[in-house]
Design a protein around this ligand. Structure first.
Ligand code: FES
Length: 162
C-alpha cells in the first residue's frame, strides 16, 4: 500500500519540469513501479509532455515500468559474476520462487530482475535485495535469504489453512 498519493508526491513540485527524475524516483519508491496512470499524473503535475516522462522512465534501468514484488531480487549476470556461476543463483531463485525474471510471485512478495553489473564486481557474485547488496552469494545463501524474507507462518495461519 503506497504511503503517499500521487498528488502528495507532486505537492510543492508542480510546474517544475526539472523535478522529473526526483518525482519518478519517489513514485517508484512508494508504488514499486511507474504505471501509465502515474506517468500521466506526473506529466500534468510537472507540465512535461507525457512522451518525455515515458522517455526518461524507460531510458533509466533503475525505473520499473511493470509491477514488482515487495522484495526485488536483482541478480547480476555481468562477466565478473557470470564467471563465478551467477547463473546458478538465477536457477535457484527461479526454482524456489516459481517465477521467471521480470515476473512477480502470486503473493506479490518477490520479483527477480537481471542486470549486467551492480558495480561491485570484485565481490561477486552479487544479489541485491531492494538495493541491499549480498556478496559472494551461493545458491545455499540465496535460499536462506529468500526464506528469511518470507513472513513467518504463525500457529494461527497454520490452523486457518488446515
Ligand atoms: S559483473 Fe556483477 S557486479 Fe559487476
Amino acid at each position: 500500500m503506497p504511503s503517499k498519493t500521487l498528488d502528495e508526491i507532486l505537492e510543492g513540485r508542480r510546474s517544475q519540469p526539472n523535478q522529473l527524475i526526483e518525482v519518478l524516483q519517489d513514485v517508484q519508491k512508494d508504488y514499486r513501479y511507474i504505471s501509465k496512470e502515474a506517468m500521466q499524473a506526473v506529466s500534468q503535475g510537472l507540465g512535461v509532455p507525457v512522451i518525455e516522462v515515458y522517455r526518461v522512465a524507460s531510458f533509466y534501468k533503475a525505473f520499473r515500468l511493470k509491477p514488482a514484488g515487495k522484495h526485488v531480487l536483482t541478480m547480476c549476470t555481468g562477466t565478473a559474476c557470470h564467471v563465478r556461476a551467477s547463473s546458478l543463483l538465477i536457477d535457484q531463485a527461479v526454482n524456489q520462487l516459481g517465477v521467471k525474471p521480470g515476473d512477480v510471485t502470486g503473493d506479490g512478495l518477490f520479483s527477480i530482475r537481471q542486470v549486467n553489473c551492480l558495480g561491485a564486481c570484485a565481490l561477486g557474485p552479487i544479489v541485491a535485495e531492494n538495493g541491499s547488496y549480498h556478496h559472494h552469494m551461493t545458491p545455499a545463501k540465496l535460499r536462506k535469504l529468500i526464506e528469511s524474507l518470507r513472513p513467518q507462518e504463525t500457529e494461527e495461519t497454520k490452523y486457518a489453512q488446515a
